[in-house]
Structure formats: C-alpha cells, structure tokens
Design a protein around this ligand. Structure first.
Ligand code: MN3
Length: 203
C-alpha cells in the first residue's frame, strides 16, 4: 500500500473476518475495515483530486513530503493519507491467534532487548504508552535512520513516516478499533492485541 498511487483502492482484508476471533470479532472488523478504512481511502482520493502533481507520488512519498501539500488541503491530506497508511499497516500486521504467540525474531528481537532490556519490558512500556494516549491515535514502535528504536503515541492520523522513521509496530487505539467489543476498556483490548500482532522480519 505504501507504494500505491492515486486513485487509491481499499486493499482487501488479508484474512477472513472471523480469523482474529476471539481477540477482534467479525463485526468490529467489518466496521473498521469496510467502513472506516474505506472512508479514509475515499477522502484521500477526494483530497488529491485537484492536485495532479501529488497524484504522481506513492503514498509513502506523499507522507514524507508535507512541504508539498497545499495549505488549503493540508489537514485533509494529513488526516486521510495518514489514515490509509496506518490502517494498511495495522490490518497487514494482524494474524490469527496461535498457541506460542507471534514474537519478534533475529535482529528486531536483539534491538528490542538492547533498547528496553527484554521483550517483556518492551511490551509493558508499549502497553502503558497505549493506555496513556489521550483521545484518538496510534501507539507505534519505529526505527530511525541511525537504527534507534522508539515507542511513541501518534495523535489522530499522524504517522511515523511524517517523522522520517520506519514503522515496525502499530496499535490502533481509536475507540472504533475496540468499542463494539471491549466498550470503554482500552487496556483489555491492548492486552489482547499482543496475541494477534506480528512483527516484521529485519533479518
Ligand atoms: Mn482505525
């Protein structure tokens, strides 16, 4: 998706709607993917319609170059390009529950252990960060060009691409990601999400 260009299309969910149960139920996935994600795609196409030069860029190039966005369209592009990028990453990073869980391996695991002491300590710190985000947004693990790992909260639809960093992990902590199933209990949703989130392979 980060290499896609205008006009953007909603990527199909890479698994069945029931595949993430019991952590995320089919009703939540239908709303989140078919309604919310689709709306970001539609609104990004609308926002870019008057700007042929921006239409030539890939989604990742567009996000990395906010200096090119016209002032009158700035908010729309940030909100919707970010929304498309973040949701594509999030849905692609989820996988059915397995007994052993989906743990980072190799270089990524080594980098996490170097930065945070242990994988358990990283999980704890990341979960606290997700719980502390006020309002709507995302909790991310990213890596900068010098290889430094960072946990951060991204308000609304900000992305790690905006900060010139590579996204490694993204938790959607907007209420629409969990409210149908977990109601107001964000901490329960975050705790369960560790069972279905997968990590990229850095080698
Ligand atoms: Mn969402």
């Amino acid at each position: 998706m980060q290499n896609s260009t205008y006009p953007y299309e909603l990527p199909p969910l890479p698994y069945d709607y029931e595949a993430l149960e019991p952590v995320i139920d089919a009703e939540t996935l239908h709303y989140h993917h078919d309604k919310h994600f689709q709306a970001y795609v539609n609104n990004l196409n609308l926002a870019l319609k008057p700007y042929p030069k921006l239409q030539q860029l890939t989604l990742e190039q567009l996000l990395a170059k906010p200096g090119l966005w016209p002032r009158e369209a700035y908010q729309d592009i940030q909100h919707n390009a970010g929304g498309v990028y973040n949701h594509a990453f999030y849905f692609n990073s989820l996988a059915p529950v397995t007994e052993e869980g989906h743990l980072p391996e190799g270089q990524l695991l080594a980098a996490i252990e170097r930065s945070f002491g242990s994988f358990a300590a990283f999980q704890q710190k990341f979960s606290v960060e997700a719980q502390s985000l006020f309002g709507s947004g995302w909790t991310a693990l990213s890596v900068n060009k010098r290889g430094v790992l960072k946990i951060s909260n991204l308000p609304n639809q900000n992305t790690t691409v905006n900060q010139q960093e590579q996204t490694l992990l993204l938790f959607d902590v907007w209420e629409h990601a969990y409210y149908l199933q977990y109601r107001n209990l964000r901490a329960d949703y975050v705790k369960q999400l560790w069972r279905i989130i997968t990590f990229p392979n850095l080698g």
